[in-house]
Write a protein that binds this ligand. Structure first.
Ligand code: HEM
Length: 449
């Protein structure tokens, strides 16, 4: 591939001077509003400036591109003019270096080819086996009364990912991993982005080092007898030119994977339980479907398709509460979008959360209405790139089928064992960045069915 031209600071400055929007105070920009209510901020800026505008968050100047056409432009990127690595570098570069999302072009293709062998049908069926009894046991042991649902799900799903992807079983180790992952994810949107001791960013970097050391030891122990889980597949993978992945590369992938594998599904399940607490009629409809499903025999990959209403409810949850509310890139060369010529070296970002509630795309967009995803209505198929919780194009989520299996399995078992409702006075507060989650831990009132 020919070397790309160096970004021209004068061209970037001239572009930012022309594009509408407000950068706000130096460094801080709109950071506080971004933390407080990302979607509200995006809607206000859209109303004032239209679908293409500049803003500044935590010292980073970005041009927002809103709507399905923007999503297509950024995600499809047929010409390879946009960099995922440089787009994510600011938030994740030092915390999840060389993870799959932080690779571009040939380097990305090479690593994705190796990693995707761990997500083919036979591999997914293999992950389902050890998950089934554990998820059934989770539902049986779930306490009744008031339960802080989000931390319970998070600890469980990391445990599950650590077991099925790398064979870990020790509770203490998994609890320590959980704390380190939480520190690294928190650091991704820390205001102070220097390693000042005692502050979130420094804690995140320290936790990253701990995670890297932990997985480096694990790789050593697995090189000789790799096995068929994700870690085993990475240890034994051989590229087209006969090369094996280096230990450090496997460590980088595992750290990124385990984060991606449990934080996003925790977010989805929490949001689903929240919506079903607020919509008891839907909770009951899904319970009926799950009861009939349970009578149909053992759960297999194929049989999970027999939960269509649950599938629709998960899609609707991901529409209203996408775990990743935005997707960033940086331009590698001048590109054209919506009449704008954007020079090389500009950070651009699309908004999943904004698109998913656009009144032009969705009927009654604020309502939880899983029927909008029924075959008869299929609102997501009316306009391409209007439903994008898993992204799209070459970086489309590698774990999306695994996520669907896991979320369906957990939801199915919870629905057949328990019912749950809201607690009086609860306001359902949520945080949208870095990953959408209930900021009060999602207290819900559970009872056995
Ligand atoms: C509901 C759950 C999930 C959601 C909403 C989600 C969302 C996303 C999104 C939006 C991207 C694309 C980011 C971009 O284009 O810059 C992505 C990429 C990725 N996700 Fe997920 N994800 C989920 C679950 C998972 C799981 C369970 C795994 C692993 C088991 C996983 C692994 C990955 C990986 C490795 C990438 C990078 C792909 C690449 O760059 O080629 N995700 N995910």
């Amino acid at each position: 591939m020919a070397a790309l031209p160096e970004p021209d600071p004068a061209a970037i400055a001239a572009f930012f001077a022309r594009v509408p929007g407000r950068l706000g105070p130096p460094y801080l920009g709109q950071t506080l509003a971004f933390y407080r209510d990302y979607l509200g901020l995006t809607r206000r800026q859209h109303a004032e400036f239209g679908p293409v505008y500049k803003n500044r968050v935590i010292g980073m100047e970005t041009v927002a591109l809103l709507g399905p056409e923007a999503n297509r432009f950024l995600l499809a990127d047929a010409a390879g003019s946009l960099s995922s690595r440089l787009g994510w570098d600011w938030s994740l570069g030092k915390l999840f270096p060389r993870g799959l999302m932080l690779r571009d072009a040939d380097d990305h293709r090479h690593h994705r080819r190796i990693l995707q062998t761990a997500f083919q049908r036979d591999a997914l069926a293999g992950y389902l086996e050890p998950m089934r009894p554990r998820v059934a046991a989770l539902a049986q042991a779930w306490p009744t009364g008031r339960v802080a649902t989000h931390p319970r799900l998070k600890a469980f799903l990391l445990d599950l990912a650590a077991r099925v992807f790398c064979g870990l079983t020790l509770q203490d180790e998994i609890a320590a991993l959980n704390a380190h992952f939480a520190a690294v994810v928190r650091a991704s949107t820390a205001l102070l982005r220097r390693a000042v001791p005692g502050f979130a960013y420094a804690r995140g970097l320290a936790s990253r080092r701990e995670l890297a050391a932990f997985f480096a030891d694990l790789v050593q122990t697995r090189r000789d007898s790799p096995g068929t889980d994700l870690l085993g597949r990475l240890c034994s993978a051989v590229s087209d030119d006969g090369e094996r992945l280096q230990d450090a590369e496997i460590v980088d992938h595992m750290v990124f994977f385990l984060m991606a594998a449990h934080d996003t599904t925790t977010s989805t399940l929490s949001s689903l339980l929240r919506e079903l607490a607020l919509a008891p009629a839907w909770q009951e409809r899904l319970r009926e479907e799950s009861r009939a499903f349970a009578r149909g025999g053992a759960i297999s990959l194929e049989r999970l398709r027999e939960l269509p209403l649950l599938g629709q409810a998960i899609k609707e949850t991901l529409r209203l509460h996408p775990p990743l509310v935005l997707v960033p890139r940086r331009t590698l060369e001048p590109v054209e979008f919506a009449g704008w010529r954007i020079p090389a070296g500009v950070n651009v970002g699309i908004s999943t959360a904004f698109t998913h509630r656009m009144p032009e795309l969705w009927t009654n967009p604020e309502a939880f209405d899983p029927d909008r995803f029924s075959e008869a209505r299929a609102e997501d198929r009316r306009v391409p790139f209007s439903w994008i919780p898993f992204g799209g194009g070459v970086h489309v989520c590698l774990g999306m089928f695994f996520a669907e299996i896991q979320v369906k399995l957990v939801a199915h078992h919870l629905l057949t064992a328990l019912h749950w409702k809201t607690i009086p006075g609860w306001t359902a507060p949520s945080c949208q960045v870095p990953i959408q989650f209930p900021s009060d831990g999602l207290p819900l009132d559970f009872a056995h069915v």
